[in-house]
Design a protein. Structure first.
Length: 163
């Protein structure tokens, strides 16, 4: 997975460098019950990663409902495999895991506004742009730039599947 730290891959990532040890630990270390990330294999080649972290929703103290109610999603694809539908397929699979298996009630994912490929992937999977943050995101080369937050509810995903 040496492609993970290539500049064309990290251009729009928040975490620009991940050490091989960190990656190994995340994928093969002690399982974290909130981390449902996966690697995508094409034959024997590791061509992509999907990230899914279960987290608590926002809510007043005392209620149990927000505990584990949400998931945060993400994806990275090896540059040799861009624009072949892998990003869209990963996003669809992450939604299926989050809503179908883990039964969270809402998912969210964020991206820099200029990362067109990433927000197109989300829109193709039926996620909704809920926030356009004006200059809310720091980019090492570009300075303060716009960011988007996308989201979807389980009932929307179920409605979409029923159509
Ligand atoms: C962004 C990324 C996930 C897109 O993945 P992908 O597998 O190329 O996406 P898909 O092939 O499923 O394409 C989905 C749509 O986005 C479009 N698209 C993909 N990359 C694009 C780009 N750089 N600019 C404009 N449109 C793009 C595709 O043409 C397609 O649209 P269409 O169906 O209207 O033709 C991939 O380029 C990537 O991993 N980049 C580096 C890491 C990264 O930025 N991760 C996301 C962080 S938020």
């Amino acid at each position: 997975m040496q492609w993970r730290n290539r500049p064309d891959v990290t251009r729009w990532l928040l975490r620009t460098t991940v050490s091989a040890d960190d990656l190994r630990e995340r994928l093969m270390g002690e399982p974290d019950p909130r981390d449902h990330s996966f690697v995508v294999l094409l034959g024997e080649e590791r061509v992509a990663m999907g990230y899914l972290e279960v987290r608590d929703g926002m809510g007043q103290d005392g209620g149990r409902e927000p505990v584990g109610a949400e998931a945060l999603l993400g994806w990275n694809i090896s540059p040799g495999h861009w624009r072949r539908g892998i990003g869209t397929a990963i996003c669809a699979e992450l939604l299926a895991i989050a809503f179908g298996e883990l039964r969270v009630r809402r998912v969210e994912a964020g991206c820099f506004a200029d990362n067109v490929g990433s927000w197109k992937v989300m829109e193709k999977c039926g996620m909704r742009r809920e926030q356009h943050g004006i200059e809310d995101s720091w980019h090492a080369e570009l300075g303060w730039v716009d960011g988007f937050t996308y989201a979807m509810l389980r009932r929307e995903w179920e409605d979409q599947r029923a159509r």
